[in-house]
Design a protein around this ligand. Structure first.
Ligand code: ATP
Length: 491
């Protein structure tokens, strides 16, 4: 598995992710997506939206505002319950989440070895003296304070007056924007249960210990669906909410695998009673084997009728659904698949990273699914001194960029250009050479064909420029390289 340091350095060097406000020393808890990072992120969001909202007849979309009425957060329980237990080190003043203290390695001055300093792996005891961590994991010296509850919401003021009445919060999850619009969406779109509302958007949490690159940040993006079901229905002999919960777990697992995440790096984690949120009947996390170890990639919760009932209570609006068959008003149950865009990006990145040996040389390659590759096609001229080759390559870039993310690069020799594109996961390279344009001095006529190189197999095929758009479209639309190569013939 690739290390986090390798990913952080690749991301900075190749324009995926930069530290926010870096010239001022950075924040450590926020990150900026560079030119390639924003393409990758947009593509993840695009395929998620397409697969879970547009292609499903039972899901519609929403884009709610980040700032909401402050009572939303009272009703949802966030004002009273969205807290983490926090402890401080009395010596170095570092802050930690009390429930995560033993999840990181810890510094230890071992009395059995004359006070030598050791870094002990997470949750383990010192092999010399057998002691477990009791002091600050960072400095190894300070006592820790008793845990205090710390609310993770960012407080702000709506309007020009900073007074208590104007207090509101940056949303800590996108879900509540969906719940408060349940009736608007259901009625305007004439929806019958079961149906879902999907949303992608920013969320903010004042995490006590942000870190591990983009895994845990204070500003992040979520892709969430609230799937409303009739709790009195049964499907295949099971209560509808339980049936749909399992279906969503399967669909989410399959989705990550479809876009290239290897099966052995994904697993399910069922919350036990102690872990279960107060509103949840059952929650299963989809975990990924991140460079920091197995950690939550997304959660799929059965939130029951908790949220709609709470908003009904606080707003005075009914928020019920009329079941015509049974002639009764009911409050739907909700299944919530909730994924982090940034964590998904980190998982796709870590999973795609490979170091390979090609003809005695190391090749770093990001084997992204073609639809996720930040650059779909790179157009490369074989000789940058030949005007006709450069002109043709630029014209091809211009044509392809109408449909695909396309770049042009002529700043190095072809071998190095290929390696650069491999390192950022570009799906296909199109090369324009002398044969493409011909060489009148040598009496060679143009064949009007270019080579397409496949990133993963490094195989090449030769196709006419007139066919190029269609062939690239096939490849990015899911047709296998082998199939296309068999049709047009390998170069
Ligand atoms: P964790 O236990 O890691 O704090 P959570 O259980 O609080 O996460 P949820 O409230 O279930 O997270 O949020 C749904 C998803 O949003 C998470 O699975 C994760 O992908 C993403 N997410 C939550 N908090 C953060 C964060 N601070 N930074 C980046 N992504 C986040």
């Amino acid at each position: 598995m690739v290390s986090m340091d390798t990913l952080v350095s690749l991301c900075k060097r190749r324009g995926f992710v930069f530290q926010s406000s870096e010239i001022y020393g950075g924040t450590g808890s926020c990150w900026d997506y560079g030119p390639l990072g924003v393409e990758l992120k947009n593509k993840i969001k695009h395929v998620w939206w397409r697969d879970f909202v547009q292609r499903r007849a039972d899901v519609v979309g929403l884009d709610a505002s980040i700032l909401m009425h402050s009572t939303v957060w009272k009703a949802s329980g966030h004002v009273d319950h969205f807290t983490d237990p926090m402890v401080d080190c009395r010596e170095c003043r570092h802050r930690f989440r009390a429930d995560q203290l033993d999840e990181t390695s810890w510094t230890h001055y071992c009395p059995a070895t004359k006070g030598n300093k050791f870094t002990i792996p997470p949750g383990e005891a010192c092999t010399h003296c057998g002691v477990r961590r009791s002091l600050c994991p960072d400095c190894g010296k300070g006592e820790l304070t008793a845990p205090r509850q710390f609310n993770l919401m960012f407080k702000t003021f709506m309007g020009p007056v900073e007074e208590d009445a104007a207090v509101t919060y940056l949303r800590p999850e996108t879900a509540q924007g969906i719940f408060v619009n349940f009736e608007n969406v259901q009625q305007s779109m004439r929806r019958k249960l079961p149906f879902g509302i999907g949303q992608i958007g920013k969320a903010f949490r004042n995490e006590i210990t942000p870190g591990n690159f983009i895994f845990r940040t204070r500003e992040f993006e979520q892709m969430e669906i609230e799937y409303f079901v009739n709790p009195h229905d049964t499907v295949e002999g099971r209560p509808a909410d339980e049936y749909w919960h399992d279906r969503w777990i399967e669909d989410c697992l399959a989705w990550f695998q479809r876009y290239g995440v290897q099966e052995e790096n994904l697993r399910l984690h069922e919350h036990d009673r102690a872990e279960l949120a107060h509103y949840s009947k059952r929650t299963a996390d989809l975990q990924y084997r991140f460079p920091i170890g197995w950690s939550e990639l997304m959660g799929i919760a059965n939130r029951t009728d908790f949220d709609l009932k709470q908003h009904a209570k606080w707003s005075g609006k009914a928020l019920t659904y009329f079941d015509e068959e049974r002639r009764e008003h009911l409050v739907p149950y909700v299944i919530e698949p909730s994924a982090g865009v940034d964590r998904a990006l980190l998982a796709f990145l870590a999973d795609a990273y490979r170091e390979e040996e090609v003809r005695g040389e190391k090749r770093v390659v990001l084997r992204f699914h073609p639809e996720l590759a930040p650059v779909s096609v790179a157009v490369l001229p074989l000789l940058k001194k030949r005007d006709d080759i450069v002109r043709t390559a630029l014209a091809i870039r211009d044509e392809l960029s109408r449909r695909f993310t396309t770049v042009y690069d002529d700043t190095a020799a072809i071998g190095r250009l290929y390696r650069r594109q491999d390192e950022v996961g570009t799906a296909y390279c199109v090369t324009v050479d002398v044969q493409t344009v011909g060489d009148p001095d040598k009496g060679e006529t143009a064949d009007g064909k270019v080579t397409i190189r496949d990133r993963d197999s490094m195989e090449q095929i030769r196709v006419g420029t007139a066919q190029l758009d269609a062939v690239v479209g096939d490849l990015l639309g899911g047709k296998l390289w082998g199939e296309v190569a068999a049709q047009v013939g390998r170069a």
